[in-house]
Design a protein around this ligand. Sequence first.
Ligand code: AMP
Length: 113
Amino acid sequence: MIPAMSESTIFHKILAKQIPADFVFEDDEAVAFKDIHPKAKTHLLFVPKTFVASIADVTADTSHVPGMLISKAQQFAKDHGIDGYKLTFHVGKGGGQEVFYLHLHFMSESALS
Ligand code: AMP
């Protein structure tokens, strides 16, 4: 499912496959691809297919989305034998958020196998 295009960010275009990304995971609910400017040996971004701009914009209807992304990251780490990692949401400009399409940073010093 492709997210609504009423808002347009670079992640909308990546999800729509209009611009390339190095995808490492995709299912019905989310994708993960490599961050273009990695800040760890493995630096991935988990992005929901349902558009939410930011943690600050989560509502009762979308409150499951952050937990869903964490579950995908947890399962991804298990599947790839990664036993240590950091998960981060940047929230708002003051929180360092640059792309206003909700995403979970996954960073690990383990290499991706
Ligand atoms: P944030 O500061 O949480 O909004 O993080 C946005 C992240 O998206 C940054 O770490 C960027 O390096 C990353 N990024 C921006 N454009 C791309 C792209 N085209 N492909 C992969 N990662 C990207």
